[in-house]
Design a protein around this ligand. Structure first.
Ligand code: PMP
Length: 292
């Protein structure tokens, strides 16, 4: 029942309980209406990276869905630290989730109970070295990121993830590692759970996060680029711009900085090679996570 994924303990509404005992009722609002928001965080050498940013985003995500998390960011950071210390996690992947419970079962979650849980398991990043020398292969998803007027696109809510899940599954079925998502206007948006950067003649370009998450890793990379003196622009990017790009990479908490070697779709294959800019951003990011 608990598949291959198993940590030791979870923090659940203020208490630390054994992983196997963290259960919820079938008549949970979030299960039926996707009234849940979550965060994926990482700990490096036992310390949570960008903890405040992640827990503040969790609160913002809930606010977009019009419910309130009954714990402050500080309390949630403290809870996560308790789990890390208790089970001695070093390179942990942390999932924090807040959701509307089983008190109401109507479309509106007015009056619903809000629950919060945090789970962690050891998950150091262990991609093959080829991913870094050559980059991963992506296709182009058939599904698009929605118009910001049709969905709470800046909320990390479960309700938006089927777009990513079915796109990534389709990519994997076709032998790709991930999928490029276009936005509702056909511009380049992001990958299924990470942001995208293009390098054109030594300059860094990334789409404006109008209809997708402004990732915490994305913001970190923009700062790294600024500090390294790499000229950067947040700008509308189209598939045409892939013709000009020499390097492409993805950014996200789970994948960190991941080079892209090719993008296949629309009867074309674009090829890239991780180069100086990707290496600089990645090695400065590695420095940051090893020394914060
Ligand atoms: N876009 C989507 C759809 C995501 O799920 C994620 C992962 N949270 C990201 C971008 C990257 O965000 P971050 O760097 O904050 O992990």
């Amino acid at each position: 029942m608990f598949s291959e994924l198993s940590g030791s303990n979870l923090w659940f509404n203020g208490k630390i309980i054994p992983w196997q005992e963290a259960n919820i009722h079938i008549m949970t609002h979030a299960l039926h209406y996707a009234s849940s928001v979550y965060e994926g965080l990482r700990s490096y050498h036992g310390k949570i990276f960008k903890a405040t940013e992640h827990y503040q985003r969790l609160h913002k995500s809930a606010a977009y869905l019009d419910f309130q998390i009954p714990y402050t960011s500080e309390e949630l950071i403290e809870a996560t630290q308790q789990l890390i210390i208790r089970d001695k996690y070093q390179y942990g992947y942390i999932r924090a989730i807040a959701w509307c419970g089983s008190k109401v079962m109507t479309v509106s979650h007015n009056g619903a109970d809000v629950n919060v849980a945090i789970g962690i398991w050891e998950r150091p990043l262990t991609y093959p070295s080829q991913y870094y020398s050559d980059g991963i292969c992506m296709n182009i998803a058939q599904w698009r990121r929605p118009d910001p007027n049709t969905a709470p696109v800046h909320s990390k809510t479960a309700g938006l993830y089927p777009i990513s899940s079915i796109s990534k599954k389709e990519a994997e079925k076709q032998g790709f590692k991930d999928a490029l998502m276009l936005d509702y206007q056909g511009n380049i948006a992001e990958a299924t759970s990470s942001n995208i950067f293009l390098v054109i003649n030594g300059q860094l370009y990334t789409p404006v996060p109008k209809c997708f998450l402004n990732g915490i890793t994305r913001c970190t990379c923009l700062q790294i680029a600024k500090d390294a003196g790499i000229p950067t622009q947040e700008i509308t990017l189209t598939l045409e711009d892939l013709n000009k790009a020499q390097e492409v990479f993805l950014t996200g908490t789970a994948i960190e900085i991941l080079p892209v070697g090719s993008i296949v779709g629309h009867n074309k294959t674009w090829s890239f090679k991780p180069g100086l800019v990707t290496h600089t951003i990645r090695s400065n990011f590695q420095n940051m996570i090893n020394n914060f």
